[in-house]
Every structure is written in structure tokens, then in C-alpha cells.
Design a protein around this ligand. Structure first.
Ligand code: BDR
Ligand code: CA
Length: 341
């Protein structure tokens, strides 16, 4: 049974990633921690707790760690994910309480307690993970698998022309993480889902409609480009209603940036890679992050040819299959939503 340590900045696509993992019957959430990114860390934690409860997973330990990036001020992105990070969705107040524990300590404690068992998935800036690696440099050995959503290697950025959001929020943390993985054997290296492949994950209104149908919702879920911006779902299925409200905001955001009425669901793809349910291929590379240049801060570079003379420190995802991924998403989350009603 896959057991996960998750670090998220929920976040519309983080929400979809969490819902997807919750929908898989054998998922164990060991702990879910919040990094500041899309919204501040405390809001991330509240969103995460509320969402896990909505997905029928109450009682998961959700904790905050760092409240700011390692070396630069936090910049959040309400224009991308909405004021509370979940688009137009207004999640119910969580019934559970946030953990008083520190996210970084939790990761280390669980990794030490179950060596070689836990899968780590980070769909947020790498702040907490970098801090965990500082305190426990043996983490790469303790974790069974590490999947990171971040970076843009041979692909344009989504925050600056060359930088991806998670890496741009905390470039120093990302640089530390890549440095920490130098010298580890290939099978221990993080699997990195960058914009090169996550931007192929174009979720569209038809997928939302299919999700509602799979959930057995009575009202067809039609999220259409010509509807007034901000229109809310009236679905009789609770999870479909919230996901639809979240995704509509993401569709409008992507349209604003001329990418079409669709949503790049980066974090869902990374979750599927972590779960081993989505098709992908990866190539080893030596990766690094620019932290000094004002022009290129947060830019990730992958050396696939060994030109730096440095050993690989990452496995960069180079191929994926969006059709298979969305089929899997709709059937798994649809099934869960039908069960929860
Ligand atoms: C990443 O940035 C965030 O806004 C998303 O949640 C995703 O993790 C994509 O660049
Ligand atoms: Ca995210």
C-alpha cells in the first residue's frame, strides 16, 4: 500500500492531486505538509485539511513548516489560484485541527520510522524539503521515491520567460535540493515533473463534464467559455461542485494568458507519477538553478550530455500520456465522488 509524505501549496492543481491520490483505494497519507507558495502556508494548510475531509480522508496530519522562502520574500499568486487558493471554490471549514508539529520534523521522523517505505511528493516550492535535507542529509536513502513538480528545462517559463512558479518562489531551496542529490545512485534521484511535460496536461471543460457523469451527478456539469466569469457550479455532487468551481477559475486564468480555455494540471500529473498509475518516461540529468541573476532567477538548467562533468542528480520526466492520464483521473475521482455523494 503506497504511503505518502506530501508537501503542497494547495492550490487548484494541488487540490486535484490530493483528490486523485485520495481516490486511489490503497493510498495512505502519512502526513501532508504545507509550503508557502500559491497562498501563504497557513491558508495552504487549511485548504489541504478541508479538501482531505471533503475527499473522505479526515484525521490526516496536516502541518505547516516554513512560512517564507529560504532567502527571499514570499510572493503569492492570487491571480492564478484565487484569493484562497482554490479558485472560486469555497471549501467548508475543516472539522479537524492543524497539527502543532513542524512539517520538517514530521518528514524526518516518519522517514526514519519507516526507512525505504515512503513515497515523497512535493508539488510546491522546495522550501520545506530543502530544510529537511539540511537536517537529515540521509533522507534520499530513507525515502523510497521522490517526485517533484517544478522547473522548466527546455520549455518556456510560466512566471518569468524562463522560470517556473515553484522554483521561482524559492530558487535557493531548489538549488539546495539539487545539490543535496549529487552523488546518489540513479534509483534514489528525484523524478522531476517540469513544465516540459506538465503543460501537456491540458484539462478541459469536457473533462469536468465527464467527471460529473462518472460521479453520477444528476445535473450535467457544463463549464463553458461563454458563461459569465465567476459563475458557480450547481452540481448536486459536493466534490464535483467544488472541483468545478476551482477549475473554472483556472480555465479563466489560462485564457487570460492566451493559452485557451483549459487548465494545466501540473500537480495531478506529478501525483500520478508518484502513484505509478500514469505513463511517463524520464532521463537522468545534472540539474541546477540560477539564484543570482535578476534576469534569470529561478531558471532551471538540465545538462543531459554531461557537459558540466557532474553526475546526474535528477531524473527529468521527458514523456507522458495526457489521454491515459485524464481517463485515469476521471474514472478514479469520479468513482470516489459517486461514493461520497
Ligand atoms: C506549479 O505552480 C503552482 O502554481 C502550481 O500549483 C504548480 O505546482 C506550476 O508551475
Ligand atoms: Ca502546487
Amino acid at each position: 500500500m503506497p504511503a505518502y509524505l506530501l508537501d503542497v501549496d494547495t492550490g487548484i492543481d494541488d487540490a486535484l492531486a490530493l483528490a486523485y491520490l485520495a481516490a486511489l483505494p490503497d493510498t495512505e497519507f502519512v502526513a501532508v505538509t504545507a509550503s508557502p507558495g500559491n497562498v501563504d502556508a497557513d491558508q495552504v494548510a487549511r485548504n489541504t485539511l478541508a479538501l482531505l475531509e471533503l475527499c473522505g480522508r479526515p484525521g490526516v496530519e496536516v502541518a505547516v513548516g516554513a512560512r517564507a522562502p529560504l532567502s527571499i520574500p514570499l510572493l503569492t499568486t492570487p491571480e492564478t489560484h484565487g484569493p484562497q487558493g482554490i479558485g472560486y471554490a469555497v471549501l467548508p471549514e475543516p472539522k479537524g485541527r492543524l497539527s502543532p508539529r513542524d512539517a520538517v520534523d514530521l518528514w524526518i521522523e516518519h522517514a526514519r520510522a519507516r526507512p525505504g517505505e515512503l513515497t515523497a511528493l512535493i508539488t510546491a516550492p522546495l522550501t520545506n524539503f530543502a530544510l529537511a535535507l539540511r537536517k537529515a542529509p540521509d533522507l534520499p536513502d530513507l525515502l523510497a521515491k521522490v517526485v517533484i513538480m517544478g522547473g522548466a528545462f527546455y520549455h518556456q517559463g510560466n512566471t518569468t520567460p524562463t522560470a517556473e512558479w515553484n522554483t521561482h518562489v524559492d530558487p535557493h531551496a531548489a538549488k539546495e535540493v539539487y545539490a543535496a542529490y549529487r552523488g546518489w545512485p540513479l534509483e534514489k534521484l528525484p523524478i522531476v515533473c517540469s513544465l516540459d511535460t506538465t503543460e501537456r496536461m491540458e484539462l478541459r471543460p469536457a473533462h469536468v463534464a465527464a467527471l460529473a457523469e462518472a460521479a453520477g451527478a444528476q445535473v450535467p456539469e457544463l463549464v463553458l467559455p461563454d458563461q459569465p466569469a465567476g459563475q458557480r457550479s450547481t452540481s448536486d455532487n459536493t466534490l464535483v461542485r467544488h472541483l468545478s468551481d476551482a477549475l473554472r477559475f483556472y480555465f479563466e486564468f489560462h485564457r487570460l494568458y492566451d493559452q485557451g480555455y483549459l487548465a494545466h494540471v501540473h500537480d495531478f500529473f506529478a501525483a500520478g507519477v508518484a502513484a505509478g498509475t500514469l505513463e511517463y518516461s524520464a532521463r537522468p540529468a545534472s540539474a541546477d538553478v540560477e539564484t543570482e541573476s535578476p534576469l534569470l532567477i529561478g531558471t532551471t538548467v538540465a545538462d543531459f550530455r554531461g557537459l558540466w562533468g557532474a553526475p546526474p542528480n535528477a531524473r527529468i520526466v521527458s514523456g507522458n500520456n495526457p489521454e491515459q492520464a485524464f481517463h485515469e483521473l476521471v474514472s478514479a475521482v469520479g468513482r470516489m465522488a459517486r461514493r461520497l455523494g
